[in-house]
Design a protein around this ligand. Structure first.
Ligand code: TYD
Length: 254
């Protein structure tokens, strides 16, 4: 799908219990504290399709083709009614789950993951940056039990083990994805995420120079406080212990 927008689309994805919601909340709060208007949202949404999906999570799952259709329709509606309009207004949009969930969850149910990946990516907006949070399903299961009492029909441990394998495959296929190791502390992960954003997409999109930031130190925009990126950086960045970013990012060599 062609895209023309001035906003920034940030996505968090991963298996249930990986800590996505915590990181979405922390990041949106940090950006809001820095004076940025942030729109947060999630999939499945609370719309008609999302409600149908959530209902199936508490009972029996829909047949695969029906389930896939519901997630795709939910996303279509989500983009049209919320995501694209917010991006058009120049907002930072942070999503808790996006098309990676469809590739991995419906892929793990038997859909051809290569074709599914191609289809879902062609039919939706491409995020500016995506974080995949990785966790062992045994740990995620414990978190789900503490949070909800019992896992729902999407959260079966054998199924989540297969879903996780598809996320690993996705990360190997697409080197632009940032795969985060959820064994790190919440704060380490948050600090890593903020650093990656500040050095990457925030700089690309918010630097005052249209040809990019070549010399931040001598930059007149920085010195006159008129560079949004530089201002944001000074508020957002906490000192990063040397090993943190290295530890929190996963690399797959197999
Ligand atoms: P979840 O994030 O747990 O929503 P909530 O906390 O509001 O109930 O999502 C519900 C389930 O939907 C989750 O187990 C993952 C699954 N899912 C898919 O199978 N495919 C998708 O495309 C998406 C977005 C979610």
């Amino acid at each position: 799908m062609p895209q023309e927008n001035t906003g920034i689309l940030i996505v968090f994805d991963g298996i249930d219990g990986a800590g996505k919601t915590t990181q979405v909340d922390l990041l949106s709060q940090a950006l809001r504290n820095a004076g940025v208007t942030v729109v947060t949202s999630k999939e499945p949404t609370d719309g008609q399709w999302g409600q149908k999906i959530r209902q199936s999570a508490t009972t029996e799952r829909m047949p695969l083709d029906e389930e896939l259709h519901a997630f795709i329709m939910d996303r279509k509606e989500h983009i049209e009614t919320l995501v694209q309009p917010a991006l058009d207004r120049g907002k930072i949009v942070i999503l808790d789950r996006y098309y990676y969930s469809t590739i991995c969850y419906q892929g793990a149910r038997g859909e051809d993951k290569v074709k599914l990946r191609q289809d879902v990516m062609e039919s939706a907006l491409k995020p500016d940056i995506s974080f995949i949070m990785d966790v062992n399903p045994h740990i995620s299961q414990e978190r789900i039990e503490v949070r909800d009492g019992a896992p729902n029909s999407f959260e079966n441990i054998d199924y989540l083990t297969e879903v996780r394998k598809v996320y690993h495959w996705l990360c190997r296929e697409d080197s632009s994805l940032y795969e985060l190791d959820s064994n790190n502390t919440i704060d380490q992960l948050h600090t890593t995420i903020v650093n990656i954003l500040v050095d990457g997409v925030l700089k690309d999109k918010l630097c005052a120079k249209d040809y990019g930031c070549d010399d931040e130190y001598h930059c007149s925009f920085r010195m006159t406080n008129t560079c949004q990126w530089s201002n944001l950086k000074s508020v957002l960045l906490k000192p990063l212990p040397k090993q943190t970013k290295f530890q929190a990012l996963k690399y797959h060599t197999e």
